[in-house]
Design a protein around this ligand. Structure first.
Ligand SMILES: [Fe+2]
Length: 140
């Protein structure tokens, strides 16, 4: 499975958001590593538990930051997060019904990690630009 390297392309330029995104990327890289070693089935439970708490908290932080600075893309970002949570719920249901497997580990990686990386690069970078702009203008 694909591993993600942290790069300038992924950075939104706001330290709080970048730190949280790095945590998410690391969690997916851990899953990817486990899948390669054939231990995806035991890693999936850990990932789902982590994501359940971390994504909700992270999305809230990011959305309140975007709202505070009245970012134009705030609404789009909120809807995108809702879509992620829907994909995530479907995976949790599948996990509860059919249990841990290499297959569900792979599916979680494909559906969630790809979503995350493209979301960061297309939407969160716009949030980052907006927040940096707002901060720079309020300080001047
Ligand atoms: Fe976002």
């Amino acid at each position: 499975m694909q591993k993600f390297e942290w790069s300038d392309q992924l950075s939104v330029g706001v330290p709080m958001i970048d730190t949280q995104h790095k945590e998410l990327i690391n969690a997916f890289n851990d899953l990817s590593e486990a899948i390669e070693q054939g231990t995806g089935a035991s890693a999936i439970k850990k990932l789902l538990t982590f994501l359940k708490y971390f994504t909700e908290w992270h999305f809230e932080q990011e959305e309140s930051c975007a709202a505070k600075h009245r970012c134009a893309v705030a609404e789009t970002n909120h809807h995108a997060h809702t879509r992620f949570l829907n994909i995530f719920s479907a995976l949790q249901i599948e996990y509860r019904e059919s249990g841990a497997s290499e297959e569900i580990a792979r599916k979680a990686h494909t559906q969630l990690a790809d979503w995350l990386v493209s979301h960061i690069m297309t939407i969160d970078t716009q949030i980052g630009a907006c927040v940096r702009h707002a901060r720079a203008t309020s300080q001047s």
